[in-house]
Design a protein around this ligand. Structure first.
Ligand code: NAD
Length: 274
């Protein structure tokens, strides 16, 4: 079988934190070629070399605010931008029938419905946490919750840097959803957040959350299953933000040649869902 040419990727949001990381990783990986770098109209990085923005020597790819020509010549778009921008790129990916990797968070139901409509025409892979380790962890948590009865209490703790403004983290909620799915219950009706004061005994079958904040911790999540006389705990530590970009690139490669549909990192990793 003839070898595939390297996958031509367009990074949208190329001047952002994730965009710059993606540009750097793409340039290091022979399976990919950076074929375009797009920013929002009005960005003062338009016209800059994407390599220089990423702290590399020039790559000869100039940041543009005109996505059409670069998308027409690409195999995929890697998108860590904003919900509205992601919808606009979803339409373009659908027209061009190329892979769309969506790492953008904060998508509301209306965004998700339109994204699903676009996914009828191309492969869209979306996850609020593209890290391979967290997605593996979610799958393990789901299986553990299924295997261990409700007499095992589930507590999810997360640690993040002092600048984080929301709690529990989206990833803690993703892990809570996985535990709830394993138990066949709805998380919304069974979660306990932030105990304080005279709380009474623990509510049987609930899933507890606690958040710690401090220093420069990138992100640590623990899911504890506490039974009578024994405990099992799962821990994920993010050491570097490149884990999200690596996951996004793995998703892009996986999506190449894939039939249209809305996929997740669970699909990319081939993790069992039952
Ligand atoms: P950032 O603000 O540093 O970067 C976003 C970039 O998108 C900016 O440069 C902005 O100018 C650009 N942008 C906005 N509108 C655009 C448009 N129409 N076209 C092109 N570019 C546009 O943010 P970030 O830290 O890189 O994160 C970006 C998104 O990715 C956020 O939603 C964040 O929560 C999410 N994120 C997801 C994961 C994951 O694993 N899924 C990991 C990290 C961040």
């Amino acid at each position: 079988m003839a070898e595939l040419e390297p996958m031509r990727l367009v990074v949208v949001g190329a001047a952002g934190r994730m965009g710059r990381t993606l540009v750097r990783l793409i340039s290091e990986e022979p399976a990919f070629v950076l074929s375009g770098a797009v920013e929002r109209p009005g960005s003062d990085q338009i016209g800059a070399d994407a390599g220089i923005l990423a702290g590399l020597p020039p790559l000869g790819v100039v940041v543009t605010d005109d996505p059409l020509p670069v998308i027409a010549a690409a195999h995929g778009i890697v998108d860590f931008t904003t919900p509205d921008a992601t919808l606009a790129y979803a339409e373009l990916a659908a027209q061009a029938r190329i892979v769309h990797v969506v790492g953008t968070t904060g998508l509301q139901d209306a965004h998700l419905a339109r994204l699903a409509a676009c996914a009828r025409h191309c492969a869209v892979i979306r996850s609020g946490n593209m890290s391979l380790g967290v997605n593996l962890l979610a799958s393990l948590v789901r299986r553990a919750a299924q295997a261990l009865g409700t007499d095992w209490d589930i507590e999810i703790t997360e640690l993040h840097h002092r600048h984080k403004v929301d709690a529990p983290s989206g990833t803690a909620l993703l892990l809570g959803e996985a535990a709830a799915a394993g138990r066949g219950i709805a998380l919304a009706e069974n979660s306990e957040r932030g105990r304080d004061g005279i709380t009474g005994p623990r509510r049987a079958g609930s899933i507890g959350f606690a958040a710690l904040r401090g220093g420069s911790i990138i992100g640590e999540h623990q899911v504890l299953f506490a039974g009578e006389g024994e405990q099992v705990s799962f821990v994920h530590r993010a050491e570097d933000r490149t884990i999200f970009a690596r996951g996004g690139l793995r998703a892009a490669l996986w999506g190449r040649g894939r039939k249209p549909g809305l996929y997740s990192m669970v699909d990319v990793l081939g993790l069992p869902v039952d």
